[in-house]
Write a protein that binds this ligand. Structure first.
Ligand code: PLP
Length: 342
Protein backbone atom coordinates (compact mmCIF):
# COMPACT_ATOMS: atom_id res chain seq x y z
CA UNK A 1 0.00 0.00 0.00
CA UNK A 2 2.38 2.70 -1.22
CA UNK A 3 1.74 6.11 -2.71
CA UNK A 4 -0.06 4.82 -5.80
CA UNK A 5 -2.94 3.42 -3.75
CA UNK A 6 -4.37 6.79 -2.67
CA UNK A 7 -3.66 8.20 -6.14
CA UNK A 8 -5.61 5.37 -7.79
CA UNK A 9 -8.40 5.82 -5.22
CA UNK A 10 -8.71 9.52 -6.01
CA UNK A 11 -8.71 8.96 -9.77
CA UNK A 12 -11.30 6.20 -9.54
CA UNK A 13 -13.50 8.19 -7.14
CA UNK A 14 -13.49 10.96 -9.71
CA UNK A 15 -14.62 8.56 -12.48
CA UNK A 16 -17.48 7.46 -10.22
CA UNK A 17 -18.29 11.03 -9.15
CA UNK A 18 -18.08 10.17 -5.46
CA UNK A 19 -15.91 11.72 -2.73
CA UNK A 20 -14.53 8.46 -1.29
CA UNK A 21 -12.90 5.28 -2.60
CA UNK A 22 -11.09 2.46 -0.82
CA UNK A 23 -8.96 0.09 -2.91
CA UNK A 24 -8.84 -3.56 -1.92
CA UNK A 25 -7.61 -6.93 -3.12
CA UNK A 26 -10.50 -7.96 -5.42
CA UNK A 27 -14.20 -7.52 -6.17
CA UNK A 28 -15.21 -10.22 -3.73
CA UNK A 29 -13.42 -8.54 -0.83
CA UNK A 30 -14.92 -5.19 -1.94
CA UNK A 31 -18.42 -6.64 -1.49
CA UNK A 32 -17.59 -8.21 1.86
CA UNK A 33 -15.89 -5.02 3.04
CA UNK A 34 -18.88 -2.88 2.00
CA UNK A 35 -21.30 -5.09 3.93
CA UNK A 36 -19.04 -5.25 7.00
CA UNK A 37 -18.66 -1.46 6.87
CA UNK A 38 -22.46 -1.18 7.00
CA UNK A 39 -22.46 -3.61 9.98
CA UNK A 40 -24.47 -6.27 8.17
CA UNK A 41 -24.18 -9.56 10.03
CA UNK A 42 -25.89 -12.53 11.67
CA UNK A 43 -29.69 -12.28 11.80
CA UNK A 44 -29.84 -9.91 8.82
CA UNK A 45 -31.19 -10.53 5.34
CA UNK A 46 -29.78 -9.09 2.13
CA UNK A 47 -31.78 -9.07 -1.11
CA UNK A 48 -29.83 -10.17 -4.18
CA UNK A 49 -30.78 -11.13 -7.74
CA UNK A 50 -31.29 -14.85 -8.49
CA UNK A 51 -29.40 -14.39 -11.75
CA UNK A 52 -25.86 -13.42 -10.78
CA UNK A 53 -22.41 -14.74 -10.03
CA UNK A 54 -22.22 -16.99 -6.93
CA UNK A 55 -20.11 -14.25 -5.27
CA UNK A 56 -23.27 -12.25 -4.50
CA UNK A 57 -24.58 -15.03 -2.27
CA UNK A 58 -21.20 -16.05 -0.87
CA UNK A 59 -20.24 -12.59 0.38
CA UNK A 60 -23.61 -12.19 2.11
CA UNK A 61 -23.07 -15.58 3.77
CA UNK A 62 -19.55 -14.53 4.74
CA UNK A 63 -20.98 -11.71 6.90
CA UNK A 64 -23.26 -14.17 8.68
CA UNK A 65 -26.38 -12.77 6.98
CA UNK A 66 -28.84 -14.62 4.74
CA UNK A 67 -29.22 -13.97 1.01
CA UNK A 68 -32.80 -13.58 -0.26
CA UNK A 69 -33.39 -14.06 -3.97
CA UNK A 70 -35.39 -11.90 -6.37
CA UNK A 71 -35.91 -12.64 -10.07
CA UNK A 72 -34.51 -10.37 -12.80
CA UNK A 73 -36.01 -8.41 -15.70
CA UNK A 74 -36.17 -10.16 -19.08
CA UNK A 75 -34.80 -7.11 -20.94
CA UNK A 76 -31.86 -5.83 -18.86
CA UNK A 77 -31.18 -9.13 -16.99
CA UNK A 78 -30.88 -7.00 -13.80
CA UNK A 79 -32.90 -7.37 -10.55
CA UNK A 80 -36.60 -6.57 -11.09
CA UNK A 81 -37.62 -3.71 -8.76
CA UNK A 82 -41.29 -4.72 -9.10
CA UNK A 83 -40.52 -7.98 -7.28
CA UNK A 84 -38.34 -6.61 -4.45
CA UNK A 85 -40.91 -5.35 -1.97
CA UNK A 86 -42.63 -8.69 -1.43
CA UNK A 87 -39.27 -10.08 -0.22
CA UNK A 88 -38.64 -7.33 2.33
CA UNK A 89 -39.05 -8.43 5.96
CA UNK A 90 -38.20 -6.78 9.30
CA UNK A 91 -34.77 -8.46 9.00
CA UNK A 92 -33.91 -6.96 5.61
CA UNK A 93 -30.90 -4.67 5.89
CA UNK A 94 -29.84 -4.10 2.29
CA UNK A 95 -30.58 -4.55 -1.38
CA UNK A 96 -27.48 -5.71 -3.23
CA UNK A 97 -28.08 -5.03 -6.91
CA UNK A 98 -25.83 -6.26 -9.73
CA UNK A 99 -25.39 -4.25 -12.95
CA UNK A 100 -25.45 -7.17 -15.36
CA UNK A 101 -22.97 -7.48 -18.25
CA UNK A 102 -22.67 -3.68 -18.43
CA UNK A 103 -26.31 -2.54 -18.19
CA UNK A 104 -27.21 -0.56 -15.07
CA UNK A 105 -30.04 -1.60 -12.74
CA UNK A 106 -33.10 0.62 -12.37
CA UNK A 107 -31.43 2.67 -9.65
CA UNK A 108 -34.20 5.24 -9.20
CA UNK A 109 -36.73 2.54 -8.39
CA UNK A 110 -34.32 0.62 -6.17
CA UNK A 111 -33.28 3.68 -4.14
CA UNK A 112 -36.95 4.65 -3.76
CA UNK A 113 -37.83 1.21 -2.35
CA UNK A 114 -34.78 1.22 -0.07
CA UNK A 115 -35.65 4.67 1.30
CA UNK A 116 -39.24 3.65 1.92
CA UNK A 117 -38.12 0.67 3.99
CA UNK A 118 -35.00 2.15 5.59
CA UNK A 119 -32.58 -0.38 4.07
CA UNK A 120 -29.19 0.14 2.45
CA UNK A 121 -28.38 -0.11 -1.24
CA UNK A 122 -25.13 -1.76 -2.24
CA UNK A 123 -24.20 -1.78 -5.92
CA UNK A 124 -22.14 -4.57 -7.43
CA UNK A 125 -20.65 -2.71 -10.38
CA UNK A 126 -17.96 -5.30 -11.14
CA UNK A 127 -19.24 -5.63 -14.72
CA UNK A 128 -20.23 -2.05 -15.38
CA UNK A 129 -17.44 0.49 -14.82
CA UNK A 130 -18.67 3.69 -16.46
CA UNK A 131 -22.33 2.72 -16.89
CA UNK A 132 -24.77 5.48 -15.97
CA UNK A 133 -28.42 6.11 -15.13
CA UNK A 134 -29.54 9.67 -15.95
CA UNK A 135 -25.86 10.54 -16.45
CA UNK A 136 -25.04 9.46 -12.91
CA UNK A 137 -22.38 6.71 -12.73
CA UNK A 138 -23.11 3.34 -11.20
CA UNK A 139 -21.49 3.01 -7.80
CA UNK A 140 -22.60 6.53 -6.87
CA UNK A 141 -26.29 5.71 -6.31
CA UNK A 142 -26.14 3.48 -3.28
CA UNK A 143 -24.65 3.57 0.21
CA UNK A 144 -21.66 1.74 -1.27
CA UNK A 145 -20.54 0.74 -4.75
CA UNK A 146 -18.24 -2.23 -5.35
CA UNK A 147 -15.94 -2.80 -8.29
CA UNK A 148 -13.65 -5.58 -9.49
CA UNK A 149 -10.45 -5.09 -11.48
CA UNK A 150 -10.04 -8.77 -12.34
CA UNK A 151 -8.24 -9.56 -15.59
CA UNK A 152 -11.36 -9.70 -17.78
CA UNK A 153 -13.09 -6.61 -16.39
CA UNK A 154 -13.35 -3.28 -18.23
CA UNK A 155 -10.64 -1.80 -16.05
CA UNK A 156 -8.11 -4.27 -14.68
CA UNK A 157 -5.18 -4.58 -12.31
CA UNK A 158 -4.94 -8.38 -12.71
CA UNK A 159 -6.68 -8.82 -9.38
CA UNK A 160 -8.11 -5.85 -7.52
CA UNK A 161 -11.22 -4.15 -6.20
CA UNK A 162 -12.67 -0.88 -4.88
CA UNK A 163 -15.42 0.28 -2.56
CA UNK A 164 -16.75 3.74 -3.37
CA UNK A 165 -19.17 5.79 -1.32
CA UNK A 166 -20.73 9.19 -0.73
CA UNK A 167 -20.56 8.53 2.96
CA UNK A 168 -17.35 9.30 4.79
CA UNK A 169 -18.12 6.98 7.72
CA UNK A 170 -18.62 4.02 5.35
CA UNK A 171 -15.34 4.69 3.54
CA UNK A 172 -13.43 5.27 6.78
CA UNK A 173 -14.68 2.01 8.21
CA UNK A 174 -13.86 0.14 4.98
CA UNK A 175 -10.31 1.56 5.08
CA UNK A 176 -9.97 0.50 8.72
CA UNK A 177 -11.24 -3.06 8.22
CA UNK A 178 -9.22 -3.52 5.02
CA UNK A 179 -5.99 -3.38 7.00
CA UNK A 180 -6.59 -5.59 10.08
CA UNK A 181 -8.31 -2.68 11.88
CA UNK A 182 -4.93 -1.18 12.72
CA UNK A 183 -5.38 2.18 14.41
CA UNK A 184 -3.13 5.04 15.54
CA UNK A 185 -1.84 3.08 18.50
CA UNK A 186 -0.17 0.16 16.77
CA UNK A 187 -1.20 -3.39 17.76
CA UNK A 188 -4.25 -2.27 19.72
CA UNK A 189 -7.40 -3.38 17.91
CA UNK A 190 -11.00 -2.51 18.66
CA UNK A 191 -12.53 -4.36 15.71
CA UNK A 192 -12.11 -7.58 13.76
CA UNK A 193 -10.46 -6.64 10.49
CA UNK A 194 -9.05 -8.35 7.40
CA UNK A 195 -6.10 -8.22 5.07
CA UNK A 196 -7.84 -6.97 1.95
CA UNK A 197 -5.04 -4.60 0.91
CA UNK A 198 -4.19 -3.70 -2.67
CA UNK A 199 -0.51 -3.62 -3.60
CA UNK A 200 1.21 -0.47 -4.78
CA UNK A 201 2.09 -2.14 -8.08
CA UNK A 202 -1.55 -2.97 -8.86
CA UNK A 203 -2.60 0.57 -7.96
CA UNK A 204 -0.03 1.98 -10.41
CA UNK A 205 -1.52 -0.17 -13.18
CA UNK A 206 -5.04 0.90 -12.17
CA UNK A 207 -4.08 4.55 -12.23
CA UNK A 208 -2.71 4.22 -15.75
CA UNK A 209 -5.94 2.48 -16.82
CA UNK A 210 -8.02 5.35 -15.43
CA UNK A 211 -6.23 7.59 -17.91
CA UNK A 212 -7.38 5.62 -20.95
CA UNK A 213 -10.74 4.71 -19.45
CA UNK A 214 -12.81 6.67 -22.02
CA UNK A 215 -11.07 4.72 -24.82
CA UNK A 216 -11.92 1.42 -23.17
CA UNK A 217 -15.59 2.37 -22.86
CA UNK A 218 -15.68 3.60 -26.45
CA UNK A 219 -14.13 0.36 -27.67
CA UNK A 220 -16.71 -1.82 -25.88
CA UNK A 221 -19.49 0.30 -27.38
CA UNK A 222 -18.01 -0.05 -30.86
CA UNK A 223 -17.88 -3.83 -30.53
CA UNK A 224 -21.50 -3.94 -29.33
CA UNK A 225 -22.68 -1.66 -32.14
CA UNK A 226 -21.06 -3.92 -34.70
CA UNK A 227 -22.69 -7.04 -33.27
CA UNK A 228 -26.01 -5.15 -33.15
CA UNK A 229 -25.65 -4.25 -36.79
CA UNK A 230 -24.75 -7.80 -37.83
CA UNK A 231 -27.59 -9.30 -35.81
CA UNK A 232 -30.22 -6.61 -36.25
CA UNK A 233 -32.64 -8.49 -38.47
CA UNK A 234 -32.44 -11.73 -36.55
CA UNK A 235 -35.37 -12.52 -34.29
CA UNK A 236 -34.15 -15.93 -33.12
CA UNK A 237 -32.47 -14.50 -30.04
CA UNK A 238 -32.55 -11.55 -27.64
CA UNK A 239 -29.66 -9.11 -27.65
CA UNK A 240 -28.44 -6.57 -25.07
CA UNK A 241 -30.67 -3.54 -24.67
CA UNK A 242 -30.01 0.01 -23.60
CA UNK A 243 -33.02 1.46 -21.82
CA UNK A 244 -33.78 5.19 -22.06
CA UNK A 245 -31.67 7.33 -19.70
CA UNK A 246 -29.20 4.47 -19.28
CA UNK A 247 -25.70 3.95 -20.59
CA UNK A 248 -24.82 0.30 -21.19
CA UNK A 249 -21.04 -0.25 -21.29
CA UNK A 250 -21.41 -3.73 -22.85
CA UNK A 251 -18.80 -5.51 -20.74
CA UNK A 252 -19.90 -8.74 -22.44
CA UNK A 253 -22.17 -9.08 -25.45
CA UNK A 254 -24.79 -11.63 -24.39
CA UNK A 255 -27.46 -13.27 -26.49
CA UNK A 256 -30.38 -15.42 -25.36
CA UNK A 257 -31.51 -18.11 -27.80
CA UNK A 258 -35.26 -18.32 -28.42
CA UNK A 259 -37.05 -21.61 -29.19
CA UNK A 260 -37.16 -20.58 -32.88
CA UNK A 261 -33.33 -20.81 -32.98
CA UNK A 262 -33.87 -24.57 -32.97
CA UNK A 263 -30.80 -25.70 -31.08
CA UNK A 264 -29.94 -25.76 -27.36
CA UNK A 265 -27.34 -23.38 -25.93
CA UNK A 266 -24.79 -26.03 -24.84
CA UNK A 267 -24.80 -27.54 -28.32
CA UNK A 268 -24.42 -24.12 -29.94
CA UNK A 269 -21.45 -23.43 -27.69
CA UNK A 270 -19.91 -26.76 -28.64
CA UNK A 271 -20.34 -26.08 -32.36
CA UNK A 272 -18.84 -22.60 -32.04
CA UNK A 273 -15.97 -24.00 -30.04
CA UNK A 274 -15.24 -26.47 -32.84
CA UNK A 275 -15.00 -23.48 -35.17
CA UNK A 276 -12.43 -21.93 -32.82
CA UNK A 277 -14.87 -19.47 -31.24
CA UNK A 278 -14.78 -19.21 -27.45
CA UNK A 279 -18.04 -18.35 -25.69
CA UNK A 280 -19.33 -18.51 -22.12
CA UNK A 281 -22.68 -19.69 -20.87
CA UNK A 282 -24.68 -17.23 -18.77
CA UNK A 283 -24.67 -17.69 -15.00
CA UNK A 284 -26.45 -20.67 -13.48
CA UNK A 285 -29.17 -19.07 -11.30
CA UNK A 286 -28.51 -19.24 -7.58
CA UNK A 287 -31.70 -21.21 -6.87
CA UNK A 288 -30.35 -24.03 -9.04
CA UNK A 289 -26.86 -24.13 -7.52
CA UNK A 290 -26.09 -27.59 -6.08
CA UNK A 291 -24.39 -26.02 -3.05
CA UNK A 292 -27.71 -24.46 -1.93
CA UNK A 293 -29.93 -27.52 -2.44
CA UNK A 294 -29.49 -28.91 1.08
CA UNK A 295 -31.18 -27.58 4.20
CA UNK A 296 -29.39 -24.86 6.08
CA UNK A 297 -30.99 -21.93 7.91
CA UNK A 298 -28.94 -19.39 5.99
CA UNK A 299 -29.07 -20.87 2.50
CA UNK A 300 -31.18 -18.75 0.16
CA UNK A 301 -34.87 -19.59 0.07
CA UNK A 302 -35.49 -21.73 -3.01
CA UNK A 303 -39.25 -21.46 -2.86
CA UNK A 304 -40.82 -18.91 -5.09
CA UNK A 305 -40.21 -18.88 -8.75
CA UNK A 306 -37.39 -17.42 -10.76
CA UNK A 307 -38.57 -18.09 -14.33
CA UNK A 308 -36.58 -15.30 -15.97
CA UNK A 309 -33.34 -16.27 -14.23
CA UNK A 310 -33.84 -19.90 -15.19
CA UNK A 311 -34.59 -19.06 -18.80
CA UNK A 312 -31.50 -16.83 -19.04
CA UNK A 313 -29.32 -19.45 -17.39
CA UNK A 314 -30.60 -22.12 -19.76
CA UNK A 315 -30.46 -20.20 -23.02
CA UNK A 316 -27.95 -17.38 -22.64
CA UNK A 317 -24.36 -17.19 -23.78
CA UNK A 318 -21.96 -14.42 -24.43
CA UNK A 319 -20.07 -13.92 -27.64
CA UNK A 320 -16.36 -13.01 -27.83
CA UNK A 321 -16.14 -9.49 -26.42
CA UNK A 322 -12.41 -8.81 -26.07
CA UNK A 323 -10.83 -5.44 -26.86
CA UNK A 324 -8.72 -6.97 -29.67
CA UNK A 325 -11.58 -8.31 -31.84
CA UNK A 326 -11.58 -7.10 -35.45
CA UNK A 327 -14.68 -6.46 -37.58
CA UNK A 328 -13.74 -9.61 -39.54
CA UNK A 329 -13.64 -11.65 -36.32
CA UNK A 330 -17.11 -10.42 -35.42
CA UNK A 331 -18.50 -11.15 -38.88
CA UNK A 332 -17.04 -14.67 -38.65
CA UNK A 333 -18.62 -15.23 -35.21
CA UNK A 334 -22.04 -14.15 -36.47
CA UNK A 335 -21.79 -16.21 -39.64
CA UNK A 336 -20.91 -19.34 -37.66
CA UNK A 337 -23.63 -18.59 -35.12
CA UNK A 338 -26.19 -18.54 -37.94
CA UNK A 339 -25.02 -21.93 -39.21
CA UNK A 340 -25.98 -23.39 -35.80
CA UNK A 341 -29.68 -22.72 -36.43
CA UNK A 342 -32.01 -25.51 -37.26
C1 PLP B 1 -16.09 -10.38 -11.30
C2 PLP B 1 -17.27 -10.20 -10.42
C3 PLP B 1 -17.17 -10.21 -9.02
C4 PLP B 1 -15.94 -10.64 -8.28
O1 PLP B 1 -14.81 -9.95 -8.53
P1 PLP B 1 -13.37 -10.63 -8.24
O2 PLP B 1 -12.44 -9.50 -8.45
O3 PLP B 1 -13.22 -11.73 -9.24
O4 PLP B 1 -13.39 -11.12 -6.85
C5 PLP B 1 -18.29 -9.92 -8.26
N1 PLP B 1 -19.46 -9.66 -8.84
C6 PLP B 1 -19.62 -9.67 -10.18
C7 PLP B 1 -20.95 -9.36 -10.74
C8 PLP B 1 -18.54 -9.96 -11.01
O5 PLP B 1 -18.72 -9.99 -12.33
Amino acid sequence: MGEFVPRFERAFAELCEVPHAVACSNGTTALHLAMESLSIGPGDEVIIPAFTLIVSANTVLQTGAKPVLVDVRPDTWCIDPALIERKITPRTRAILCVHMYGHPCDMEAIVRIADRHGVYVIEDAAQAHGATVKDRPVGSWGDAGCFSFYANKILTTGEGGMVVSHRREVADRAALLRNQAFEQVRFVHREVGFNYRMTNMQAAIGLAQCENFPDRIRRKKELAERYDELLRDDSDFDRPVQLPHCRNVYWMYGIVLKPSFGRAMPEVRRMLSEAGIETRAFFVPLNLQPVFQGRHPRWPDLRGEYPVSESLGGNGLYLPSGFELTPEDQAFVVERLRTCKR
